[in-house]
Every structure is written in structure tokens, then in C-alpha cells.
Design a protein around this ligand. Structure first.
Ligand code: FES
Ligand SMILES: [Fe+2]
Length: 444
């Protein structure tokens, strides 16, 4: 008997066409955030496609493993003795017990606590206690751990798709791949590492509220006002990036990916490290020198003015300049934001500063994530009132533009990324994605 992954699709009974009525071009129905059946449908239509899972640096050594999720499904990411990375369903192939419990560790095998079945970190079943009870025909090969249909990585970022029937990862990333490139190229060695541990912020809100907020350039001066009132922000004030007069832009990049592009405003001011709170350049002289060795002095300086990206890779990875945030849906009204500071390889001085700074923004006493999370929960609470039923996404309609590469751009305070997000959402939920509907219920 073979293991079947994923489990049967319970949502098939509901017509997918209902999403044509719930998502319009410029407004969305609020039941999309509050209806548990919508949440179930999303797990198949969205989270069975490409989803960010982990970074290769989290399993740097042979035997390393860490626990992650694909939507609501638990997975183990492991590196075997030959250095290959595996994404395995964290479900014992005997009776479905959660196989691995420790968030990370190093082990060649995983032993199920229920009846002691033991699996190699490649997913192969290697030990069954009292095996005679299964008779002579028992074949351990029938009980390897489940796996997603596709696994691939881009510059260390590991993605998985439960469905095997998806375009290649590079095609899925499309214009958003440039954000990962830009991020990595701020390292003198061209690589980032995520090795400082994860903070988990639980929020009683729908995952899409958090997702949309990350590219909402409209709220900054209101929700994060208290942050601005602290300390010396003179240089940052010049670069008032979230003002309607700012040259910064929001963008829809295609395939559900969105970003806020601070670069136009940063370039206008022309000062390196605005994205880092504008420290004196001399404090990071060794880093600048190392970066200049990689890119040449002029290109390196441009990169230090531009800074890292602020990009959301659909549906769950947020590259938030100095930290990575992964949105994990738990239920229709509950999500977890997983966050970790980015560490750039070969940049110890920068990394030290990033650690301090992210502590102040996303740490337990940090201000940014707390401010935003309060808004997520208020948003979810407000939607319990059913009138008016629709959320308007019309801001900037008259001024957005489509660029030659297909990206849609507009003023930093506009709803352009959200309109693109919802178009993509509708195509996935109705199964009218130009890439073709996701196949469901595929086993092996
Ligand atoms: S459920 Fe894992 S060994 Fe029985
Ligand atoms: Fe915010």
C-alpha cells in the first residue's frame, strides 16, 4: 500500500466559480477573510502550488534538519549525508503520527514516538519493530515518507509545490527573482544566511491581511508614527519614503508577487544606508570595501544607496529589507509570522548592526511588528461587522502605469499591488490561471 499525498480534496464539492463573484477588479468581498470554507479552498488552490519553505543555510551541515510548514501541513527539511536537501512530510507513514517534534537538530534518522518506526533523513523507512507481524510480503519501500510534488531552490531559497503540475520555479518567480538577486548581491560573497533563530508572532487574523499590509505604503505615517518620533530621524525624514510626495513606488510584479520599491526616493536623496537608519559611513567602512571588491566602487555604492528589497513572493515569503518574514496560515482567523534577521555572508559589521536593529523592530519589545499586528487584529475584528460587505481597492487606479516588462507601478500609497494580488488569487481559486489549474488529489 502506497502513501497518498496530499489527502483527498474536501473542497471539490464547492463551486470554484463562486470566486468570480467575490473578487472583482477593484474590490473584494470581506467573507474572503472570514469564511472558513474559503480558507480550506486556499490550502488547495494556493498552498499546493509553489510555496517558500526554508533557506539552505538552515540545514548547512549533513544531518541538519528543521521543521517548517507548507500551508497548514508540517514538513521536515533535512540534509542527508551526501549533502542533498530533502523536503519530507512530517507524518509517519504508519498511522500518521507527527514524526519529528524538535524545531531543529542534527540526526541521520527520525524515530516515530508511537510504535518506533524509524526513517532515514532521506525519507526511507529503515526500521520496523516486530516486523514479523506484517508477514513476508511487507516492503519497506512502500512506506517512505511523503514528499511534495516538486522541490527546487533559487540562490539558497528552497521552495516546494505539493502539486507536480506547476511551471518551473524560475518561471514562477518571474520578475521577483531580481529581488532575491539584489538581496544576495549585498553580500561580498553573494550569499545570505539565516542562522540567528526565528521569532514567532501569533496574530488572530487572516493570513491575507498580513500579506497585503506588507506592501501597503499608505499606513506607514499613521501606524508607525511612534517609531518616527524616536531618535534622530533627520536623514530619514529627507527620504520620507511613505509620503504621497515620495518618489518611492508600489509594484505588481506578476504571478502574485508584489513590492514597494524605495529606490527612486533613496536615489533622489543619494545617501548610502538610509535603509539601515542612516549610520555614519565610516562605521561600515570594512563592509563597503568588501562590497566594492565584488562589484567595483561605483556599482557597490549604488547598491548601498538602493539597499535590499521590500518584496513579497507569493504566497508566503516577505523579504523585508533587514529580515525575512514567513507568513504561516493556521486557520481562517489565526496566523503566525515567522521572522529572522538576514545575515550577509562576509559582512560581520553589517550583520552586527542588523541584529541590533531587527531586535528593535521585530523583537519581543520591538515596535514595527507590534504596530502592524495590532492593525491585523483590528482589521479582522472590524470585518465581523458584515456591512458594508466590500473592501474597496481603488486607490491610484487613475495613475498606475504598466511598464515594458509587464510590471504595474504607481505611487507608494496606492493599491496597485493589491489589485494584482487579487487578480492572481481569483485565477488560482477559480482554476483559470493561465498556467492551467492545479491538479489535485495526486498520489503516487
Ligand atoms: S504512527 Fe508512527 S510508528 Fe506508528
Ligand atoms: Fe507596517
Amino acid at each position: 500500500m502506497a502513501v497518498t499525498v496530499p489527502s483527498p480534496d474536501v473542497s471539490e464539492a464547492r463551486p470554484r466559480s463562486r470566486y468570480l463573484d467575490l473578487v472583482e477588479d477593484h474590490r473584494v468581498h470581506s467573507s474572503l477573510y472570514t469564511d472558513p470554507t474559503v480558507f480550506d479552498d486556499e490550502q488547495r488552490a494556493i498552498f499546493d502550488g509553489w510555496v517558500y519553505v526554508a533557506h539552505e543555510s538552515e540545514v548547512a551541515e549533513p544531518g541538519d534538519y528543521c521543521l517548517k510548514t507548507i500551508g497548514t501541513q508540517p514538513v521536515v527539511v533535512s540534509r542527508d549525508g551526501d549533502g542533498h536537501v530533502h523536503v519530507l512530510m512530517n507524518r509517519c507513514s504508519h498511522l500518521g503520527n507527527l514524526l519529528c517534534h524538535d524545531p531543529k537538530g542534527n540526526s541521520k534518522t527520525f524515530r516515530c514516538p508511537y510504535h518506533g518506526w524509524t526513517f532515514r533523513n532521506t525519507g526511507d523507512l529503515v526500521g520496523v519493530p516486530y516486523k514479523a507481524g506484517y508477514g513476508p510480503d511487507f516492503d519497506r519501500g512502500d512506506f517512505t515518507l511523503g514528499r511534495p510534488g516538486r522541490v527546487d531552490s533559487y540562490r539558497g531559497f528552497i521552495f516546494a509545490s505539493m502539486s507536480p503540475d506547476v511551471p518551473d520555479l524560475r518561471e514562477h518567480l518571474g520578475n521577483a527573482a531580481e529581488a532575491i538577486d539584489r538581496l544576495c548581491e549585498l553580500s561580498p560573497e553573494g550569499e545570505i544566511e539565516l542562522n540567528r533563530g526565528w521569532l514567532r508572532h501569533r496574530t488572530f487574523s487572516n493570513w491575507k491581511i498580513a500579506f497585503e499590509n506588507e506592501v501597503d505604503g499608505y499606513h506607514g505615517n499613521f501606524v508607525h508614527r511612534s517609531l518616527k518620533m524616536l531618535g534622530n530621524w533627520s536623514l530619514l525624514d529627507q527620504a520620507d519614503v511613505t509620503n504621497e510626495k515620495s518618489a518611492s513606488q508600489v509594484r505588481y510584479l506578476g504571478n502574485g508577487h508584489t513590492d514597494i520599491d524605495w529606490r527612486p526616493q533613496f536615489r533622489k536623496v543619494g545617501h548610502p544606508y538610509l535603509w539601515l537608519g542612516a549610520p555614519e559611513e565610516s562605521r561600515l567602512a570594512d563592509y563597503a570595501e568588501a562590497l566594492a571588491t565584488r562589484h567595483g566602487p561605483r556599482n557597490a555604492r549604488e547598491r548601498l544607496i538602493d539597499g535590499p528589497p521590500h518584496t513579497l513572493i507569493f504566497p508566503n515569503l516577505f523579504i523585508a529589507e533587514l529580515f525575512i518574514l514567513v507568513i504561516q496560515p493556521i486557520g481562517v482567523g489565526e496566523s503566525v509570522q515567522m521572522q529572522t534577521p538576514i545575515q550577509w555572508k562576509g559582512a560581520p559589521t553589517l550583520n552586527k548592526r542588523v541584529m541590533r536593529q531587527t531586535g528593535a523592530s521585530i523583537g519581543p519589545a520591538g515596535m514595527i511588528i507590534a504596530d502592524d499586528s495590532a492593525m491585523y487584529e483590528r482589521n479582522y475584528l472590524g470585518m465581523a461587522a458584515r456591512e458594508p460587505q466590500w473592501l474597496q481597492r481603488t486607490r491610484g487606479l487613475y495613475r498606475e502605469q504598466t511598464m515594458p516588462d509587464g510590471t504595474e507601478v504607481s505611487n507608494v500609497t496606492d493599491d496597485t499591488p493589491h489589485r494584482g494580488f487579487w487578480r492572481h488569487y481569483r485565477s488560482l481559486l477559480t482554476g483559470t490561471n493561465p498556467d492551467g489549474p492545479l491538479k489535485v488529489g495526486t498520489g503516487r
